[in-house]
Write a protein that binds this ligand. Sequence first.
Ligand SMILES: NC(=O)c1ccc[n+]([C@@H]2O[C@H](COP(=O)([O-])OP(=O)(O)OC[C@H]3O[C@@H](n4cnc5c(N)ncnc54)[C@H](O)[C@@H]3O)[C@@H](O)[C@H]2O)c1
Length: 370
Amino acid sequence: MLPSHTPHTVYLSVQDIIRLVRHKGLPACIAGVAARIERDFLRWNEFDKSARVASHSPHGVIELMPIADAEHFAFKYVNGHPLNTRCGLPTVMAFGVLADVATGAPRLLSELTLTTAIRTAAMSAVAARALARPGSRVMALIGNGAQSEFQALAFRDLVGVRELRLFDTDPAASAKLVANLRGQGLVVHTCRSTAEAVRGADIVTTVTADKRNATILTPDMIEPGMHLNAVGGDCPGKTELHRGVLATAAVFVEFEPQSRIEGEIQQMPADFAVTELWQVLAGHRPGRSGAAQVTVFDSVGFALEDYSALCFMRDAAAELGIGDSIELVPQAADPKDLFGLLGEPRGDGKDGPLAADLRPALMAGENARA
Ligand SMILES: NC(=O)c1ccc[n+]([C@@H]2O[C@H](COP(=O)([O-])OP(=O)(O)OC[C@H]3O[C@@H](n4cnc5c(N)ncnc54)[C@H](O)[C@@H]3O)[C@@H](O)[C@H]2O)c1
């Protein structure tokens, strides 16, 4: 017997998420999502996983990212349009849903643009904690757009980074990042090139937006022991690392079947060795082999991270009393009488069978009554 559910859906708008993050504090949200991601990655085999569905166009991509465990189904709608900022739109925009597996009822509909920045930063830090050299303090941050503050703060709080070396082809983006990070306890330098920013860094985060096979990092820039957090290459034909960088590094991915299509490793042969990060987190496979090894987290963004983030936001919103209950699914007194809902409301919120004398108006439209 299925549990009796009212089809009640919580809606978290952009303003709700802003309120929630202000209430809890951004560092607490990043840390909370990171903890949730780590927990869910340790349940890897409980999830029904698939590579995301992507619709490509000349300037961008629109993707659907589904995942489910025995209790919840989640999906995210997300785009990636690097030229959007020129017309005042973000490069990345997203929303998502959590639903009950038992009934299919949607339980949460939430903004996921801000949440994606939080979860991507949390995921980067979870990977770096497992893969970067202990004591990593200096990070180069290449690409200083919408994701960058979140990355900087996640690495400060969860990895111990204290110094940032910035580069962006758009100096205004770097200036914005410097201004936003003022007073955050980070030493921040703006550099004139990627090569300058990367020199001497323990960790390099690339989070650029460009729909092509870019070569942000070339082999000559890589120093022994570096950890590369490659976030911006996440689509066929959209990469950030020269293949020579990958050839000599230990490469870690989220969900291998998706990363083969979308990640930096799309440039490599199908049998190029990679390790799924969950295996390292679970202690099944080693992370870096030694202090001199170069490690790469070939991040593309996997649906499980959004599942974790949606669960975190759902629980935090419930705790703080944030969010509205919306009628996303019709609530008919008799669930088999969907047609009856189209009749005149009875006044008690429960619509009954459609009276015979209303049917002509329904069929002809409102005008037929005039
Ligand atoms: N892996 C993931 O999970 C994940 C999640 C979110 C976003 N992303 C990707 O991260 C990237 C950044 O996203 P965003 O929201 O910050 O975009 P954004 O457009 O706000 O910022 C991107 C920045 O990169 C800069 N840039 C472009 N080419 C550059 C280059 N050659 N060198 C230095 N800087 C350069 C741009 O000037 C811009 O400031 C996008 O490609 C996006 O698709 C990945």
